[in-house]
Design a protein around this ligand. Structure first.
Ligand SMILES: [Zn+2]
Ligand SMILES: [Zn+2]
Length: 631
């Protein structure tokens, strides 16, 4: 306890120092400005949002120019997208008259300072209005879409902030097309067109849907209001009422663990895009934006929606409020770097699955099957031997839906912090339950972190209540709750790449963990399943027989051990071999034919399975029931 306290005090001092250096100088001296945003969309079919920002500068303020900056990325997704690339027709006006040619400031007053910044010289005018248009035609949790059916926007890629004034209160006014209705997670009355936000960060945390035909269903849990807003771009098949009831079950399961959430109302913004590709989920303080590629009536879409809901709603606590120290307020001129995404996203993924069991949507077998799938994904990935959970978190700008113009080897060198963090959360949870004989669990770790860093910490910045945590804080909290030093776990499984002790963890709750080879031997290639005539190699595992034999991505295997194979017959054929067998192979590489041989090795890809230990003690069975049911 004493050690923890000392670390907390040191961290507070460190945060203050950083603020002084980074933002403090500007924000201690500069008075807040009155900043109003106006958003219009007069021609939805050409996908151009029309933005207008009015800034009132106090007469006595010594400001010669204002910098308007488009973020390079937006919170919740870590890849850099450079939103400025979709900005056009930036203009500046005297703020005292409406933006017309008469009151436009001379062009020489506006300078494009860099790829994301426009500087406007004041030249004696008190108020400045800038206007610009932003192209947006992606339905996603990060980008925005304006088309003839709707406007769905995420503010980070639409609204510039005024440099050094991101912390100032802002107003947003929206002018929608006739008969289109506006809704977001901060809507308080029907027909609301205007919002006040304490700062720019909270404004862009409020994704908004504007269309003529969204629906809203409501329910209440523990006095909090929940709104399920659905914009269906396909048939619903009458499934919406059942969906709303199942969402309520998830809300009840998650609030049962965390206690009452801090908000008064929360909005699930759901899109059933019905385009076969738009697929996303994004967390916000009082809402979530979820986009499914299917129609609600389609098989699978219903369950995938609930899976997304269970994950995103858990973020109400883990990541939106209880957050790694680097996650807000942000510097939008460069990517965010945090070692904590395996906690923020991975542990959320774990609970997203566990909560579907606790909500009664899944049975025990479905939960165990899902968890073993996640274990297989981690264990079968060559990148999990090279990249730790913390490094994976730091690599988020490359691996979180990042556009890659250059070819990469990330498929072999990286592991996503989602499944990696999920299996670490699972193992930690079961070990804590075992070590404390069921008196504590990962649920307690999460609750105590939330209380200490969010509810009870003084506000460290303008952005949000409380303060962020460091990975070391989480590690200390795990040891504290487990009642024993867990630093070895973090050293071996979080900061380095050893496989977590799955069997030991499952044994705590009376389950036996099995690993079974998918094939008796390993070749080390993945093949294009769409091409049924031949084996076209789309991946070569670096540490495999295929790599040793010189096979490359793009090669076509025309003969394997004397016969021609297809993706279907390949797997069956491997059953004839044993490790150490040498197989003659003919390859076609471009115009060339290559003869080689591959020495097959011990299996490298496994399935994982769980069985009940029949003679497990009553105590152990009780631990399992408590885990499944949330006690
Ligand atoms: Zn919509
Ligand atoms: Zn997430």
């Amino acid at each position: 306890m004493t050690t923890n306290l000392r670390i907390v005090t040191l961290r507070v001092a460190y945060v203050c120092l950083l603020l002084l250096v980074a933002d403090g100088v500007a924000f201690a001296q500069e008075q807040p400005l009155k900043i109003s945003y106006h958003l219009a969309m007069s021609h939805p079919n050409i996908h151009l949002f029309e933005v207008n920002i009015e800034v009132e500068v106090p007469a006595e303020a010594k400001i010669d120019s204002l910098d308007f900056q488009m973020a390079k990325w937006s919170p919740g997704r870590y890849a850099v997208f450079d939103f400025a690339k979709n900005v056009q027709e930036f203009r500046a006006f005297h703020g005292t008259c409406p933006p017309t040619a008469d009151c436009m400031l001379p062009k020489s007053n506006v300078t494009r300072v860099d790829d994301q910044t426009w500087r406007v010289k004041r030249d004696g005018t008190d108020n400045i209005t800038v206007t610009y248009k932003v192209f947006g035609n992606d339905l996603s949790g990060t980008f925005s879409q304006l088309d003839s059916r709707h406007a769905n926007f995420n503010g980070g890629c639409v609204f510039m902030y005024v440099v050094s004034h991101k912390q100032d209160p802002v107003k947003l006014e929206i002018d929608p097309p006739k008969n289109w209705r506006i809704v977001n997670g901060r809507t308080e009355s029907p027909d609301q067109h205007e919002w006040q936000f304490p700062n720019w960060d909270i404004m862009i945390d409020t994704p908004t849907e504007i269309s003529p035909d969204w629906t809203q269903d409501d329910f209440a849990v523990d006095g909090k209001q929940y709104h399920v807003v659905v914009h269906s771009l396909g048939n619903e098949g009458g499934k919406r009422p059942a969906l709303v009831r199942d969402i309520e079950k998830i809300v009840r399961a998650e609030t049962a663990m965390w206690g009452a959430p801090e908000f008064d109302s929360y909005t699930f913004l759901l899109h059933f895009a019905n385009d076969g590709r738009s697929n996303d989920g994004m967390e916000h303080l009082t809402s979530t934006q979820i986009i499914e590629p299917g129609a609600l009536e389609a098989a699978g879409t219903y369950n995938e929606t609930l899976d997304a809901i269970a994950h995103e709603f858990f973020h109400v606590w883990n990541v939106k409020r209880l957050r790694p120290i680097e996650l807000g307020p942000w510097d939008f001129t460069r990517p965010a770097n945090t070692r904590g995404l395996w906690i923020a996203e991975g542990i959320t993924n774990y609970y997203g699955h566990l909560m579907q069991r606790r909500a009664g949507l899944w049975d025990d077998a479905k939960l165990l099957q899902k968890l073993t799938q996640q274990i297989a994904e981690v264990q079968n990935s060559p990148g999990s031997r090279l990249m730790s959970a913390e490094e994976s978190s730091l690599s988020a700008p490359f691996i979180d839906d990042a556009p890659q113009a250059q070819q990469t080897n990330l498929a072999n060198t990286s592991i996503s912090y989602y499944p990696k963090g999920e299996v670490l959360g699972l193992v930690l949870d079961l070990l804590i339950r075992g070590k404390t004989h069921g008196k504590a669990s990962l649920d307690d770790v999460m609750r105590r972190m939330y209380e200490e860093f969010y509810l009870k910490s003084p506000n460290a910045t303008y952005y949000l209540r409380g303060q962020g945590y460091k990975n070391e804080d989480f590690e200390h909290k795990v040891s504290e709750v487990a009642g024993t030093d867990m630093s070895d776990f973090f050293k071996r499984y979080v900061r380095s790449v050893e496989s977590p002790p799955y069997a030991e963890a499952f044994a705590q709750i009376g389950l036996r963990f099995f690993r079974e080879a998918r094939q008796p031997v390993a070749v080390g290639v993945s093949v294009d399943e769409e091409i049924t005539a031949n084996l076209k190699i789309v991946g070569v595992r670096p540490d495999s027989p295929a790599a040793s034999a010189g096979l490359e991505v793009g090669d076509i295997i025309t003969n394997f051990g004397g016969i021609k194979l297809t993706p279907d017959t390949f797997i069956n054929r491997l059953a004839r071999y044993k490790p150490g067998d040498r197989v003659n192979v003919t390859l076609r590489r471009g115009q060339r034919t290559i003869q080689t041989s591959i020495t097959l090795s011990e299996p490298q890809i496994f399935n994982y399975r769980i069985e009940e230990i029949k003679d497990a003690s009553a105590e152990v069975k009780a631990l399992r029931a408590a885990w499944m049911n949330g006690k």
